[in-house]
Design a protein around this ligand. Sequence first.
Ligand code: TYD
Ligand code: MG
Length: 455
Amino acid sequence: MAKSKTTFSCTACGSVFTKWSGKCDGCGEWNTIVEDTPISAGPSSATLGGSKGKSITLTDLRHEETPPPRTLSGVNELDRVLGGGLVPASAILVGGDPGIGKSTLLLQAAAEFARKGLKTIYVSGEEASAQVRMRAQRLKLTDAPVQLAAETNLRDILTTLDQEKPQLAIIDSIQTMWSDTVGSAPGSVSQVRAAAHELTSFAKRKNMAIVIVGHVTKEGQIAGPRVVEHMVDTVLYFEGERGHQFRVLRAVKNRFGAADEIGVFEMTGRGLSQVTNPSALFLAERGEPAPGSVVFAGIEGTRPVLVELQALVAPSPHAQPRRAVVGWDNSRLAMILAVLEARCGIPFTGLDVYLNVAGGMKISEPAADLAVAAALISAREDSAIPAKTAIFGEISLSGALRPVSQTENRLKEASKLGFTTAIAPVGGKAAQVEGMSQTQFADLAQFVGDIFGAG
Ligand code: TYD
Ligand code: MG
């Protein structure tokens, strides 16, 4: 006999365990595991053996499918991240830290889609309708035909959506929604999962696009958006640093378009405005060439973006020197430091190393390796990289430089912003861009010797 047993799940990543523990084996976070009540006990009989199901009609791959009709909001940065507009009958998750601007973004998006003729409903579980109206006033959106509701009861919301039949519904946020079929409190893993599941299958059944807002939570009893990532069609994260006005909307999963696509926005006193030339914005605060500062010619999705990397290397007062990274991967930094030491004889022992991606941008491309190495050596040797130089290239553990994709796009973007030289690996696709000269290196030691004198 199957006994109903308590399970535990991680509020950060949704991994399920049979026992409680302090650290989640799934994502490595501490204090995120909470007791869970299951959604249902499952079918009462243990096996499927009892009765036969009906057989399903199978089709082959040859069947012609017309691509889904998409609606454009007219906000380019948003449409591109969605994969070329909003797809009907889809579920979209928008995650982000509290206060980063999710509600602002979605209210503006709702207004744009409504102006384009989509019937749009915005359900807020966090703010009263009056508060949302006040924000709309401030954002000058009051003329848009968006319908508002302040509600958290999922049954009532679904009933209303079923009657009103909107083409776009926004649910802000999933952590405030509760379904009366689940016993636990709103925001718990089982509530969030159940509500997201209901909303997603409702979107498919009723041919409606549903946007679900989810707060990224650091700890405690509230489930994060990662718990529902697998259910929805599209996962977007809204990122940015509190102190900066830049915000990046990043697609991490998209069944209807390219993942890794980004849209760049700026938070102003009158809401979010799109940034059409992010490279210029990210490089705006850059002054004269300084030691430790390097410009990396990167690609985000289909678009080239130039960003500044800053490194600081200083003698460490600690027994264990510090390695601090903002906007890049920690373990990747450790790898670059190890390659520099082993293949070029440049040790960082006894030195604190700080690496920062300017403007609050986050980079995940391996093509940034060479630019990071250049910033580190430049900071360590206190010698600036020549002006108007952009750098890109992947470093392998042997110290060899590997060519990266889309060389031509990187060069074009750099040239557009007034750069005249690119440092790149050899062997990439031959790309010539007017006004750009290329210096190519086969391995890291050669690069170090040439740019910084014998390493
Ligand atoms: P909000 O959209 O409420 O964040 P979230 O829904 O992700 O929690 O945005 C909150 C922040 O945005 C708040 O700190 C103020 C700022 N903001 C502006 O700077 N300008 C504006 O026009 C608006 C509406 C908000
Ligand atoms: Mg909000």
